[in-house]
Design a protein around this ligand. Structure first.
Ligand code: PEP
Length: 262
């Protein structure tokens, strides 16, 4: 994947036809054109993907889903194939979000199979990894992150290239307590070096996003960290003022980075 900066909005199980339109209109009013330095991906609730495709058409905003099956088709009642998502206009899918691990009992292995099915369908998987508070407090953060990452890369290959990783400490999601910039940098650096053991060039290009209670007031200090390539945003993605302010904070840093690399 070309090295780039990313802002992904995870709308979770929120929204309806009117609210989705109001939110996209609100984003477009505040941000009539997207920056070429920051890619924006919105992940609405599944039933609204088709509506959203119409709303974002021609805006440069891209669409993602919050989950997909590890199967491409078949007798899997209630599941959604990543191929269907692709047909509906999605380019991305969040895999292994901690809320799915907690409430739906998703395992590391299932996450790996879902990531592979997504890639096979032409979607970019956004692979979420993160430790619980208890795992961090008992000094097991790297063991857990390494296990989750290795499980995913047991199925997918660095040759697949179109892959995004998101570091989302479970204790930071939806709690209002974001990880400090220092913690974020330390864990992103750990994740990048773990991937580099497989393929150093791929690891250098791999976008690693931070997610967990990011908002306009703390985004800049996290985005300033060298191994942070953007954010995965939950609650603040539902507020156009907040989301656009986060986007602009990332854009300033992305432009600086692009100049530095030129
Ligand atoms: C998320 O759900 O991926 C997330 C980061 O949520 P929040 O920003 O609300 O913590």
């Amino acid at each position: 994947m070309k090295k780039a900066h990313w802002l992904v909005g995870n709308w979770k199980m929120h929204g309806n036809l009117a609210a989705n339109k109001a939110l996209v209109d609100g984003l477009r009013q505040r941000l009539p054109t997207l920056s070429d330095a920051v890619q924006m991906v919105l992940c609405p609730a599944l039933p609204y993907v088709a509506q959203m495709e119409g709303l974002v058409a021609g805006t440069g905003i891209m669409l993602g889903a919050q989950n997909a099956s590890d199967h491409l088709k078949g007798a899997y009642t209630g599941e959604t194939s990543p191929m269907m998502l692709k047909e509906l206009g999605c380019g991305f899918v969040i895999i292994g979000h901690s809320e799915r691990r907690s409430y739906q009992g998703e395992t590391d292995g299932l996450m790996g199979r879902k990531a592979l099915a997504a890639i096979d369908s032409g979607l970019v998987p956004i692979i979420c990894v993160g430790e619980t508070a208890e795992e961090r407090d008992s000094g097991r953060t790297h063991e857990v992150l390494g296990r989750q990452l290795d499980a995913a890369f047991g199925y997918i290959r660095t040759a697949h290239d179109n892959i995004i990783v998101a570091y989302e400490p479970r204790w930071a999601i939806g709690t209002g307590i974001a990880a400090t910039p220092e913690i974020v940098q330390a864990e992103h650096s750990f994740l990048r070096s773990r991937v580099a053991q497989r393929d150093a060039d791929f690891a250098a290009r791999l976008p690693i996003l931070y997610g967990g209670s990011l908002k306009a007031s703390n985004a800049k200090s996290v985005f300033d960290m060298p191994d942070v390539d953007g954010g995965l945003i939950g609650s603040a993605a539902l507020n156009p003022d907040e989301f656009v302010a986060i986007y602009k904070a990332l854009d300033i840093i992305a432009r600086k980075a692009a100049k530095g690399n030129a």
